[in-house]
Design a binder for this molecule. Sequence first.
Ligand SMILES: Nc1nc2c(ncn2[C@@H]2O[C@H](COP(=O)(O)OP(=O)(O)OP(=O)(O)O)[C@@H](O)[C@H]2O)c(=O)[nH]1
Length: 341
Amino acid sequence: MPDAIIPRNEQQRLAALDELGILYTPLEERFDKITRTLCRIFNTPIAYVSLIDKDTQWLKSTQGLDFVSTDRSTSICTQTLLADEYMICEDLSKNEHFKDNIFVTSGLKMRFYAGFNLKSKEQNIGTLCIADDKPRTFSQEDITTMRDLVSWAQTEINLTQLGEVQMQLITELDQAQKHARTDDLTGLWNQGTIKEVLQRAHHRHLITQKPYSLMMVDIDNFKQVNDTYGHPFGDQVISAVADELKRSIRPTDTIGRYGGDEFLIILENCNHQRAEELSQRLLHHNKKLSILNKDKKVPTNISVGFASTDYISVDDPESLLECADQALYTAKQEGRNCARG
Ligand SMILES: Nc1nc2c(ncn2[C@@H]2O[C@H](COP(=O)(O)OP(=O)(O)OP(=O)(O)O)[C@@H](O)[C@H]2O)c(=O)[nH]1
C-alpha cells in the first residue's frame, strides 16, 4: 500500500475538522445508531463513522471492528477523501491500490468497501462506511439509501456547530422523522416502513438470487383479551409479544407492526427450511410468555404463516406477502398456536 495520497486542500480540510472539536471525544451513541442501522439495512458485518486527521483515522462509532483508530497510511478511507462523494470497491483484493492493504491481507480480510465522505465547511473530514469480508455489488438504489444515512450522520456532525435553540429544533425534527417511521406502541417499524424494507429486500433478492422469507405473526384470540381485560392490557400484550419477537430474531432480520395484533418479519438470506425452524423457535419462545394482569398470569399464543422465495416462485413481493398471509390463515383454521408455510 503506497503512502496515503494527501488531498490538495489538506490544510483547509484539517482546519475544518479542527474547528468541529469532536476529534478526541469518545465513541458516541448518536453515531452508533447510524452504524447499527447501516449493518441492518445492508446486512454487512462492518460499519463505521470515521474522522481523518493529519496522521490518524479516528473511528467515532464502529460495528464489527475492535479498534478505535488506525494509522492513516493504512487507511482505505483516506483514498475516499480524494473523491467528491464516495468510493466503492466491490472486491478490494482485486484492486491494485488495495490488494496489499493490511485490512485486506490479514485480520478482517476485507473485500467489499463503500465509503461516503462526511463534510464540514465543504471539506471532506471523514467517512461513513460499510465493509464486508465477502465481495458484493452495490446498486444505484443502495447509493441512494447510503446518501440518506450520510445526511443523517451529517446532521449529527453539524449539531456540534449549532447553538442550543437550533440543536433543540434538530432533535425535534429527528424525533418527528422517527415518529413517522415507527409504531408508537411497540417501537417497531410501522406498516409503511416495513413495506419499504420489503421492496428493498425483494430487489436485493433479484440481484443476489439468494432466497428470502416472510413471516406473518398474529396473536391468537386477541379480541377476547381486549374484551376480558380491557384495551390498555391488550396494549401491554401487543408490546410484550413485540419484545419477545424482537429478541427471537437475528439483528439483520427486520420486524414491523403490520396491523393491530399482526407483525411482519422479513428474513433475508433465509430459505424455506430456515424459516420453518425459526417459526418453531418463535412459537416456543412465545409459549413461555405470560403477562401479569393483577395477580393472574394471562398466557398469550401466536400463529405464524411463512413464505419463502425458494419454495414459491413469485414475481413481486406483494405475492409473497399474500402467500404468508394465506399460510397464517391456514394456521388459524387448523387450531391456532402453530406455524404453517
Ligand atoms: N388493545 C389493542 N387492541 C387492538 C389494537 N389494534 C387492534 N386491536 C384489536 O385487536 C383485535 C384483533 O382481532 P383479530 O386478529 O381480528 O381476531 P382475534 O381475536 O385475534 O382472533 P384470531 O386472529 O382469529 O386468533 C381486534 O379486536 C382489534 O380491535 C391496539 O393497538 N391495541
